[in-house]
Write a protein that binds this ligand. Structure first.
Ligand code: ADP
Length: 398
């Protein structure tokens, strides 16, 4: 069974074709600048030359049409015909409260996705456009939606209800939803596998640290709390997002800078986080270089980032009544030896002890805790596409 995984952004689209018998990625690609000048498709296939198509793509349907063409291309393709694709799994950012699991897409699901646009106005519309375009081009192929929010639907009320007038929850759906669910689910299950234990008996803290970052408490295999909230803005300091702050700062900014609330939110989403603090970059590698060169604000940005991660590890150990396993994943979590070292500093009271030598690893699954550490610490590269493909396979096999 071959499954096509599609992750549609507003002007870009990532895809992978996966053979589910062997869990082998047959090919993966990226389409950029959809609907704008300079549209480009790049497809990388193991053992083959990179395939690049520079051709105008006026919309997502045109882009997906070219993806399908690239997949069956005589020289650069990996399948003979589109019929070989058994199903398409679509990444969808927001499933609201309706979806605690991935689903087979039908008219009712499409209507629900439209309902969720209010909750994720930037992310859900491109996801919906991608699904519709695929349905038009492959009307007979089953499609699934795999939601970033679904894994967190198991959170208890005390974790997801904000201390606001309760009607705002019932009338407007204002609550913590959480994101990166597919990644937290994937790495927590991989960690249990690595420990040789049943995930239903484990307390795991998963740290997805990339441009966008979140920490999740996974108890007995389910998410019981996570740092992102109603939107991905809550929680950790991120590449450009502020994370938690006193909401009174928003109205203060509106008055002092004479800007609108939306403009203030744009500052919190796009100009804050480690970029705002350091004034250097949103990229952790640039900030690390600046910090090593003596830039104090760059060092402060990294200190704030690590402090918050460390604080939430402690908080979630308290939420779960202990912790057996700590996982680092995503760009920073998988690659930054220094950030992992810094985050784990001072956590020995929880039984978390990093082994500096084992921590010298990047981008591969590795156990990095010391032999004395009561808590197992792992680096586990996330693989949201594989998780989407697995969910899709399970759904269409039923
Ligand atoms: P997203 O998917 O949220 O865009 P990623 O998970 O790809 O983000 O993470 C991107 C971040 O990972 C960038 O800030 C980048 O600097 C950081 N990163 C990648 N490699 C390294 C490294 N070797 N050391 C430190 N940070 C790294």
């Amino acid at each position: 069974m071959k499954i096509l995984v599609i992750n549609c952004g507003s002007s870009s689209l990532k895809y992978q074709l996966i053979n589910m018998e062997t869990e082998e990625v047959l090919t993966k690609g990226l389409v950029e600048r959809i609907g704008i000048d300079g549209s480009i498709l790049t497809q990388k296939t193991p053992g083959k030359d990179k395939y690049v198509v520079e051709q105008a793509m006026e919309d997502h349907k045109a882009a997906i049409g070219l993806v399908l063409k690239a997949l069956i291309d005589e020289n650069f393709g990996v399948i003979k015909s589109m019929d070989e694709i058994s199903a398409v799994g679509h990444r969808v950012v927001h499933g609201g409260e309706k979806y605690a699991q991935s689903v087979l897409i039908d008219d009712e699901v499409m209507a629900s996705l439209e309902d969720c646009v209010k909750l994720a106005p930037l992310h859900n519309p491109p996801n919906i456009i991608g699904i519709k375009a695929c349905m038009e081009l492959m009307p007979a192929t089953p499609m699934t939606a795999v939601f970033d929010t679904a894994f967190h639907q198991t959170m208890p009320e005390e974790a997801y209800i904000y201390a606001l007038p309760y009607e705002y929850y019932t009338e407007y759906g204002i609550r913590k939803y959480g994101f990166h669910g597919t990644s937290h689910k994937y790495v927590s299950s991989k960690a249990a596998e690595a420990m040789g234990r049943d995930i239903r008996d484990l307390k795991i803290v998963t740290c997805h640290l990339g441009n966008g970052s979140s920490v999740t408490a996974v108890k007995d295999g389910i998410s019981i709390d996570t740092t992102m909230g109603f939107t991905p803005l809550e929680g950790l300091a991120m590449g450009t997002r502020s994370g938690n702050l006193d909401p009174a700062i928003v109205s203060f900014l509106v008055k002092e800078l004479k800007i609108t609330a939306d403009e203030a939110l744009n500052i919190l989403n796009k100009k804050s986080g480690v970029l705002g603090i350091s004034g250097v970059s949103s990229d952790f590698r640039d900030i690390q270089i600046a910090s090593e060169g003596g830039n104090k604000r760059a060092k402060l940005a990294l200190d704030i980032f690590c402090y918050r991660v460390r604080k939430y590890i402690g908080a979630y150990a308290a939420s779960m009544g202990g912790v057996d396993c700590l996982v680092f994943t995503a760009g920073v979590g998988e690659n930054s030896i220094e950030m992992r070292e810094e985050i784990c500093k001072g956590l020995s009271f929880l039984g978390i002890e990093l082994d500096s030598e084992r921590n010298h690893t990047r981008g591969e699954i590795a156990e990095i805790s010391s032999d004395n550490s009561k808590v197992k610490i792992y680096v586990i590269p996330t693989d949201e596409e594989m998780m989407i493909a697995k969910d899709t396979k399970d759904i269409v096999s039923k």
